[in-house]
Design a protein around this ligand. Structure first.
Ligand code: BGC
Length: 716
């Protein structure tokens, strides 16, 4: 018998259920806090894993109890939300997605894993892979944005970063953590952008949009998956047999651990699909949920469910086996203390980590508009820094920074002061982030009047995005519009920075400002990263991973729309558009300017005709027209012109980066597997249909900037 068989044979029912029970240690609060008797329960074998606990001493104290003071000595899983960094907080995932840089995505996950493991953590609740097209939903901040292909690349990079410490030891390496892909799935489609609300999505949407990032995570070897809180079409994800069992376990071949979201099994009662905890526990277990996070539903409900014949002991054993296997994969049986025994990360390593955070920060910034005001002239002497986000240290960290320390964050004010030591930078917040008081506007106007340029720092608070942070009006909160109007009314050049976890509705401000930047929540190095971009020390290269609407009434808005029978035509009223605003977004998916200007030409492919097994090499020439060295991200989209099911107008199939000196030109190469042009047919089975395809390549999803080339798929 192997170790797991032996343990299973020796375990009581209570101990088995204990392995399926995850309890919050109460250090960090990410949901309703329940009463604890944690140590006692660990001792009795009633707890198999903990969350919200970090710090090697804290972890080791409880791990000691599990290993030395329980009957079977099974070590604990220690789970933590390491969504965008652990101690060194990196840009929020939506921001980091804007870098379109899988290596960076991997590196920041790797560094976060090094810090988290030093703190005793062996399981992270990340990456968050929810595709969403609705900026009302606050959790848009936590994921890779609107596009499934980007979601796939993000999934692979993050899983590698967390789980692969670069040694042959795999997940047993003391610097590797188990990743949890969440929230499975279509959570980003929640009704009206309201967190925890129902989603009504078609099977086609699941296959085309919401499942691919999770499939990529599974292929990358992701250790765990967390079902979402919500229901799809009446079936809560925590009890969704077709998606968890049929798709995830059987079709995608996922053999890892499924961990419920916080209290989600007990919430099956609120969903109205279970009458008591026994039914709730049975539904979740039957769907394949192995660990009950904070629901108490398995510990309280499974014994009754077993007695009533709602579940079998074999199903319980199978779940326990998966949990024990994960503990084994993590090397916990050999050495439960290997994570967290290395002591504090070396100072030099933490400096390098901050450098990476700065690099990630500046690569995440998206220059949305610029009339040439940026980069800031070196001759500037009088700058007015205005707005409630200019000196908002804690906000810079963003919504998931449980182990982060706000005191370590660099504000925009500090970043600018360090970058421009010879300029006088006057500061006035004008208003608070969400308050109504406009009495500070006068002081802001005062410093604005005498300045050569105004840098206006607007946005939302970190807690206004992330979980439970849906906004029906995702614009500038409080009196910030009044402040912006007053400042723009001065007639001075204004550069506006938007700190936010989502695209905010800022059409009017965008029109009135000389330059506009999405500066998201960039983490500990926010101020330096922003200053690097404003001063031109770093030439911005970020691109929007999400379409930026003009107004919330356009939501959901995304680039991969299907063609209408009556495409929008300004001269024809009976076409697909609005009476009161343009149908186009404020900024397209992929939009992002540079201080360089890039032109693209000569799109070509190595084959005009291809078959399913072929690969196409697609190339185009790019010229940096100047004036600075810069980097451009180029997007390859495809459109299937005639198919059995109407295909999106644009579908992302690849991105490519090129760095060029002024006046330098170069060639970018995409490799496109023809298989990537297959899609779920009318019966949802994957088909590759012969016929014409349009390849569209350019700097964003704005159709006006795309080069086009027709190619033909042949049968077979
Ligand atoms: C969130 C998850 C998170 C969990 C544990 C839940 O409320 O939805 O994303 O991992 O709490 O903190």
């Amino acid at each position: 018998m192997n170790r797991i068989d032996k343990l299973l044979a020796a375990m009581t029912l209570e101990e088995k259920i204990g392995q399926l029970n995850m309890i919050a240690a109460g250090y960090a609060i990410t949901g309703p806090v329940l009463a604890s008797g944690t140590e006692e329960d660990i001792r009795a074998g009633r707890i198999g894993s903990l969350l919200n606990l970090w710090g090697s001493a804290n972890v080791n104290a409880l791990q000691q109890i599990a290993v030395h003071n329980t009957r079977l000595g099974i070590p604990l899983l220690i789970g933590f939300d390491v969504v965008h960094g652990h101690k060194t907080i990196f840009p929020i995932p939506l921001a980091e997605a804007a870098s379109f840089d899988p290596l960076l995505w991997e590196q920041s996950a790797r560094e976060a894993a090094i810090e988290a493991t030093a703190d005793g953590v062996n399981l992270v609740f990340a990456p968050m892979l929810d595709i969403t097209r609705d900026p009302r939903w606050g959790r848009i901040a936590e994921g890779p944005g609107e596009d499934p292909w980007v979601g796939e690349q993000f999934a692979k990079a993050k899983v590698r970063g967390f789980q692969d410490a670069g040694s042959a030891q795999g997940l047993t390496d003391a610097r590797a953590v188990a990743a949890t892909a969440k929230h499975f799935c279509a959570y980003g489609a929640a009704l009206a952008g309201r967190d925890y609300a129902s989603a009504d999505v078609s099977d086609r949407q699941l296959l085309e949009i919401y499942l691919p990032p999770f499939a990529a995570a599974v292929t990358a070897g992701c250790a765990a998956i967390m079902p979402a809180f919500h229901d799809i079409d009446g079936v809560p994800m925590t009890a969704h047999v077709p998606l968890l069992q049929d798709w995830l376990r059987r079709k995608a071949g996922f053999e890892g651990v499924i961990i419920s979201d916080y209290n989600a099994i007990a919430e099956l009662l609120h969903h109205g699909i279970a009458a008591d905890l026994a039914e709730a526990a049975a539904s979740a277990l039957q769907a394949g949920v192995d660990i009950d996070m904070m629901g108490g539903a398995y510990s309280q409900g499974l014994p009754a469910a077993l007695a009533r014949g709602l579940v079998s002991i074999e199903a319980i054993d199978a779940a326990v086996r998966r949990v024990l296997s994960l503990k084994e994969r993590l090397g916990l049986f050999e050495d439960p203390f290997r994570r967290g025994s290395a002591g504090a990360p070396a100072c030099r390593a933490s400096m390098a980590r901050r450098e990476l955070a700065r690099e990630a920060g500046r690569r995440s910034i998206v220059l949305l508009t610029n009339d040439g005001t940026l980069p800031l002239s070196r001759n500037l002497r009088h700058i007015a820094l205005i707005g409630p986000l200019a000196d908002a240290r804690a906000e810079m960290l963003g919504p998931w920074a449980l182990a982060g320390n706000a005191a370590n964050a660099v504000t925009i004010q500090e970043g600018l002061a360090a970058a421009l030591p010879n300029a006088e930078i006057a500061f006035a917040p004008g208003v608070t982030i969400a308050g109504d008081d406009t009495s500070g506007v006068a002081a802001a106007l005062e410093i604005g009047r005498t300045a050569e340029i105004i840098i206006l720092c607007l946005g939302e608070a970190a807690a206004m995005s992330g979980e439970a942070a849906s906004r029906a009006n995702p614009g500038l909160p409080g009196a910030q519009h009044a402040l912006a109007n007053a400042i723009l009314g001065l007639g001075k050049p204004v550069v506006t920075l938007i700190s936010s976890g989502r695209p905010l509705m800022i059409s009017k401000i965008a029109a009135g400002t000389k330059a506009l930047l999405a500066t998201w929540f960039l983490g500990v190095e926010a101020g330096h990263a922003i200053a690097d971009v404003l001063t031109g020390k770093f030439n911005p290269a970020g691109k929007l991973p999400v379409t930026w609407p003009r107004e919330v009434g356009q939501v959901p808005i995304f680039y991969a729309e299907r063609p209408s029978g009556r495409p929008a035509n300004p001269d024809d009223p009976y076409t697909s558009k609005y009476l009161d605003m343009p149908v186009t977004p404020l900024f397209f998916f992929g939009h992002g300017l540079s201080y360089s200007r890039f032109s693209m030409s000569n799109l070509r492919a190595d084959k005009a005709e291809f078959r399913r097994a072929d690969e196409l090499i697609i190339e185009l020439d790019v010229l940096n027209e100047g004036p600075s060295a810069g980097e451009e991200t180029i997007f390859l989209f495809a459109r299937d012109l005639v198919a059995s099911v109407a295909r999106p107008l644009l579908e992302l199939k690849g991105t490519c980066k090129i760095a060029l000196a002024p006046r330098e030109s170069g060639t970018v190469h995409f490799r496109l597997a023809a298989e990537a042009l297959a899609f779920p047919g009318r019966d949802l089975a994957r088909v590759f249909e012969p016929g014409e395809f349009l390849l569209l390549v350019g700097p964003s999803a704005d159709p006006r900037g795309l080069l086009k080339l027709k190619v033909r798929a042949l049968p077979g």
